[in-house]
Design a protein around this ligand. Sequence first.
Ligand code: GAR
Length: 196
Amino acid sequence: SKRVAILISGSGSNMVSLANSMTGDHPARPCVVVSNVPGVAGLQKAKDLGIATACVDHKPFGKDRDGFEKALSEVLRDHAPDIICLAGFMRILTPGFVADWEGRMLNIHPSLLPLYKGLNTHARAIAAGDAEAGCTIHEVTAALDDGPILGQARVAVAPDDTPDTLAARILPWEHRLYPAVLERFAAGDRTPLFLP
Ligand code: GAR
């Protein structure tokens, strides 16, 4: 089966949903969870699930993105993934690293791409008066939050939504969408999946 590395920076709830989905006749298995932030809750959750973990702290590298990515690549090489899933991984990757994993790296982004690339997606959707918001899984390309869309889930924005209430409505859809897209992707199916 395909080996999946999951990259995180925080709580790791999407990592848990991915890891829990890779059982039975699923075409993939988790091989390692890597965080760029030491001590985050997601690392402990991965350990509790019996998955190998690693931390490559970006801070000692300062502005040296290549140095950070070289260290990250060494960790990945040790675990030989076929696929990388970015799951709340909050570092921008350089075109060189992205090219190394072209066609084999997925990201989840909490907006209906191509709307609201970058940060503060829920606040921007509310400020724009959007009737709908959601989340997107896409293949990672050199441009930020760009690349072929593999899946999208949408929810209604409520009149009294705050960024937090909207995020809380979208997150359960992230947890459904990412495993469903990964299962298809690992089986070679890149047709976009739209939920609900
Ligand atoms: C998720 O909502 C994910 O969509 C978002 O961060 C959260 C991570 O939560 N990702 C981004 O903003 C990527 N730029 P998690 O650690 O519990 O999965």
